[in-house]
Design a protein around this ligand. Structure first.
Ligand code: SF4
Length: 707
C-alpha cells in the first residue's frame, strides 16, 4: 500500500519540510514539502536523496555488547542490555558520585529526546555532565546572543532575506552548507539587483561567487574586522545615536576601543584592503535593512563568543534589529541544535533558556520536575568531558547519535579518552561509526523516516517530525531508550521520585511537559501542541497561550530580555588565534563542508550518487605554496602538526591566499584509510562558550614521498 507522510529533512538547520513516500512499509521516495515555509518545496542534493539512506546495511538492529574492549560484538536482549547499563551506571554513581558519569548527545536528536536526556542527568542522577555535539557548532552563537541581547534567541526569519538591502555573510558558506537558504538569497538578488552581498571568508567560497564584495580576511581576525566596521560607522556619522541611547548600554566603552581600529590598522590585521572595509561599512550603515548571516566561521574559534558579539554590535549601533530585512541571524548547523538549546541541552544550561548558575532557575526546574534540587556545579562541556574521561574523573559515558571519535578536534586524544573509559554506551542508528569501535554496549536507535517528535530550525520554527515506517530489527526511538533506562537506573539507585519522573507513554507527553517549562519565558510555547502543529503547520516561537501565530521577528519594540531591558555592547578587542603559525607549522588549515556530504558521512556516505561531484577530500592550497613544496594537483601530501598527521590529495585553489589551506571535514577512518581533518585540529576552546577552535590549525604540508 502506498502512503505519504510529512516530516523534515534530518541534515542541516535550514529545517526543510519533506514528504516521505512509502510503499508496503518501505520508504520509496522523498520530495520537498510545498507547504513548509522554510523551503516551499525545494530540497538540496542531500535532502533529495534521503530516501536512498533508508535501507542502509550499516544499521544497528539489535542491542549488542562486547565482553572486552575491541572484541567481537554479541547480540543481547533489550532487557539484559538496559539492566546491564543501569547496573554499571548505578555502581559507578554509588562508588564515585554522580559526576563520575556523563552523557554526550547530539543536535540530530529530537527536542523530546534532548529533554529526557537532560532530566535523566540533571534531575534523576544529579549531574550536569550532559553536553552535546552542538557545542562544536552553535555554543558561541548562544553565548554571543546572551552577552549582547540577553537571551539565546535569533531575532530574524528567512523572510528577512527577501526584504534586506544588504546581506553580510560572515564565516558561513550557505551555498554549500545551507543550500536552500542560499537559493533564497539568489532569488532575492535576482529580484533586486541593488541588493548588496558582502561575504567574509578567508577563501573565495562558493557563496563568495555571488558577492558584490568579498573580504578574504586572515583566519581568526573577525573581531578586528567588526571593530573596524564599527569604527567607520562612527567616523562617518552612521550610528543611530537615538537607538543606542534608548535601547543599549556599553557603547561609550566600545567606542573608545574601536578608535584604535582604523581601516589602515584593520587592513593590516585582516589582510584585506582598507578601501574594502570602508566600502562594506558604508553599505551596511546606509542600507537601513542590513541582515547578517553567520555560522561556524565565527563560532568555531577560541574567540567565538566575541566574534558573535562583534557582528551583533553593528546592528545595535545602527538600530538595524527588530526591523524587516535587518538583524543578526545565526545559521544553525544541525537540524535541531536549536531545540536542544530550548530544553537546556548543554552542561551549563537548564530548560527554557534558564541558566544553571542562577539559583532561582535551578529551583524553578527542580520544582517543575519534582526533585529536591538541581546541582549547581556546571557539567563538563564536550572537550573537557572527554579530557575527564582520559584522566578518570569521568568513568562511564553514554553517547547518543553522534560520533566523537571522528568529529571532536584533537582526535588522537579523544580516542585515547574513549579507550581509557571504564564503560562506554553508544546509542546509535548506525553500527559502523568510528566511535562504535570503543563501545562496550551498543543500543540500536531509530533514524530519519522512523523518528517522532519535534525539531526547531534556524528561524525558531518548530516542525513535527513524523514516522513514515517502523525502525528495523529491534531499534527503538531515542526517547524510549532513555526513559526505559532511567526507570531502571532510578530503581537501582532507590531514587525517591524514580517512578514518577519518567511517566511518558509517547513523545507528545514529553513535548507537553517541556512546553510547561517555557511558561512566561522568552521562548514561551504554551500555545503550541502536537494537534495545533498538525492543524496550523510549523510555527515560530515564542507562541504563548494567548497567541494565534508565532513571532516572525524579535525585539521590534526595542526591549531586550536583560535586567534593564537594554541590549549590551561588549568591550571586545582583537585577539590572535589560539595557535600561531610558525616556521615549523607555517600553514593555517581551515576545514569546512562539502555540498553533498553531511558531518561524518554515516548516512550520506551510503549513497553512491553523493560522491559524483567529489569522491575524496581534496586539500586546497595556493599555487605558490604548492610550488614551494614541489606539489602538483593530484599529488598525495602529508599534513602534520604536534597532534597528529593525515594523508590527503592536493588540489590547486586560486581563491585561497598564500599560507592557507582548506579541506572538507567529513572524511575519517571509516571512509578513508587515514585520519580526517580532526587528526590535526585544535581543542583550544572559547572561555565563554567552550566551543573549540575547529577553524584554524597550524600545520606543515609535505609531499608524501619526502621524508
Ligand atoms: Fe536538508 Fe538542509 Fe538541504 Fe534543506 S538545505 S534539504 S534541511 S540539507
Amino acid at each position: 500500500m502506498k502512503n505519504e507522510v510529512k516530516s523534515t529533512c534530518c541534515y542541516c538547520g535550514v529545517g526543510c519540510g519533506v514528504v516521505i513516500e512509502t510503499e508496503d512499509g518501505r520508504i520509496t521516495g522523498v520530495r520537498g514539502d510545498p507547504d513548509h515555509p522554510a523551503n516551499r518545496g525545494r530540497l538540496c542534493t542531500k535532502g533529495a536523496t534521503l530516501h536512498l539512506t533508508a535501507d542502509s546495511t550499516y544499521r544497528l538492529r539489535y542491542p549488542e555488547k562486547r565482553a572486552v574492549r575491541g572484541g567481537a560484538r554479541q547480540r543481547l536482549a533489550w532487557d539484559a542490555a538496559l539492566d546491564e547499563a543501569a547496573s554499571r551506571f548505578a555502581e559507578t554513581i554509588r562508588t564515585h558520585g554522580p559526576d563520575s558519569v556523563a552523557f554526550y548527545i547530539s543536535g540530530q536528536l529530537m527536542t523530546e529526546d534532548y529533554y529526557v536526556f537532560n532530566k535523566l542527568a540533571k534531575g534523576l542522577i544529579g549531574t550536569n555532565n550532559v553536553d552535546t555535539n552542538s557545542r562544536l557548532c552553535m555554543s558561541s552563537a548562544v553565548a554571543g546572543y546572551k552577552q549582547t541581547l540577553g537571551a539565546d534567541a535569533p531575532p530574524c526569519s528567512y523572510e528577512d532575506i527577501d526584504q534586506a538591502k544588504v546581506i553580510l555573510i560572515a564565516g558561513a558558506n550557505p551555498a554549500i552548507a545551507h543550500p536552500i537558504i542560499f537559493r533564497r538569497i539568489e532569488d532575492a538578488k535576482a529580484a533586486n539587483p541593488e541588493l548588496k552581498i558582502i561575504v567574509v571568508d578567508p577563501r573565495r567560497s562558493e557563496s563568495a561567487e555571488l558577492a558584490d564584495l568579498h573580504l578574504a580576511i586572515q583566519p581568526g581576525s573577525d573581531i578586528a574586522l567588526f571593530n573596524g566596521l564599527l569604527h567607520v560607522l562612527i567616523a562617518e556619522g552612521m550610528v543611530d545615536l537615538d537607538y543606542v541611547e534608548a535601547h543599549t548600554t556599553g557603547f561609550a566603552a566600545l567606542k573608545e576601543i574601536v578608535r584604535n581600529y582604523s581601516p589602515a590598522v584593520v587592513a593590516d590585521l585582516c589582510g584585506v584592503p582598507a578601501a574594502d572595509i570602508v566600502k562594506a561599512a558604508r553599505w551596511f550603515g546606509a542600507s537601513k535593512a542590513s541582515l547578517s548571516m553567520y555560522c561556524q566561521g565565527l563560532n568555531q574559534s577560541a574567540h567565538g563568543t566575541h566574534n558573535n558579539a562583534g557582528i551583533i554590535h553593528l546592528h545595535l549601533a545602527t538600530g538595524q534589529i527588530g526591523k524587516p530585512g535587518a538583524g543578526p541571524f545565526s545559521l544553525t548547523g544541525q537540524p535541531n541544535a536549536m531545540g536542544g538549546r530550548e530544553v537546556g541541552g548543554l552542561a551549563n544550561l537548564l530548560s527554557a533558556h534558564r541558566d544553571l548558575g542562577n539559583p532561582e532557575h535551578r529551583a524553578e526546574i527542580a520544582k517543575l520536575w519534582g526533585v529536591p534540587f538541581v546541582p549547581a556545579k556546571p557539567g563538563k562541556s564536550a572537550v573537557d568531558l572527554f579530557k575527564s574521561l582520559k584522566t578518570g574523573e569521568i568513568k562511564a559515558v553514554w553517547i547518543a547519535c553522534t560520533n566523537p571519535a571522528q568529529s571532536l578536534p584533537n582526535q588522537a586524544a579523544v580516542r585515547e579518552a574513549l579507550q581509557a573509559a571504564e564503560y562506554v554506551v553508544l546509542q546509535e542508528a548506525y553500527g559502523n561509526t568510528d566511535t562504535a569501535d570503543y563501545a562496550d554496549l551498543l543500543l540500536p536507535a531509530s533514524a530519519w523516516g522512523e523518528k517522532q517528535g519535534t525539531v526547531t530550525n534556524s528561524e525558531r520554527r518548530i516542525t513535527r517530525v513524523r514516522s513514515a515506517v517502523l525502525p528495523p530489527g529491534e531499534a527503538r526511538h531515542d526517547w524510549e531508550i532513555v526513559v526505559d533506562f532511567a526507570r531502571r537506573l532510578g530503581a537501582k539507585l532507590e531514587h525517591a521520585a524514580a517512578d514518577r519522573l519518567f511517566p511518558y507513554a509517547d513523545a507528545e507527553a514529553i513535548f507537553n511537559e517541556h512546553r510547561e517549562t517555557t511558561r512566561g519565558r522568552d521562548l514561551d510555547i504554551t500555545g503550541l501542541s502536537y494537534s495545533q502543529l498538525e492543524a496550523q503547520g510549523p510555527q515560530q516561537w515564542p507562541y504563548p497561550a494567548d497567541a494565534t501565530a508565532g513571532r516572525t521577528r524579535l525585539y521590534e519594540d526595542g526591549r531586550f530580555p536583560t535586567a534593564d531591558g537594554k541590549a549590551r555592547f561588549v568591550a571586545i578587542e582583537h585577539l590572535p588565534t589560539a595557535e600561531a603559525t610558525s616556521l615549523e607549522f607555517p600553514i593555517s588549515l581551515v576545514s569546512g563542508r562539502m555540498r553533498d556530504q553531511w558531518h561524518g558521512m554515516s548516512r550520506t556516505g551510503t549513497v553512491p550518487r553523493l560522491f559524483n561531484l567529489e569522491d575524496e577530500p581534496l586539500l586546497a592550497l595556493h599555487p605558490c605554496d604548492m610550488r614551494h613544496r614541489g606539489l602538483a594537483t593530484g599529488d598525495l601530501a602529508r599534513v602534520t602538526n604536534a597532534r597528529g598527521a593525515m594523508v590527503v590529495r592536493i588540489a590547486e585553489r586560486v581563491g585561497l591566499k598564500k599560507g592557507r589551506a582548506w579541506m572538507p571535514m567529513h572524511w575519517g577512518n571509516q571512509f578513508m584509510n587515514t585520519a580526517g581533518s580532526n587528526a590535526v585540529t585544535s581543542d583550544a576552546i572559547d572561555p565563554y562558550s567552550m566551543q573549540p577552535e575547529l577553524k584554524h590549525a597550524a600545520v606543515q604540508i609535505t609531499r608524501l614521498d619526502l621524508p
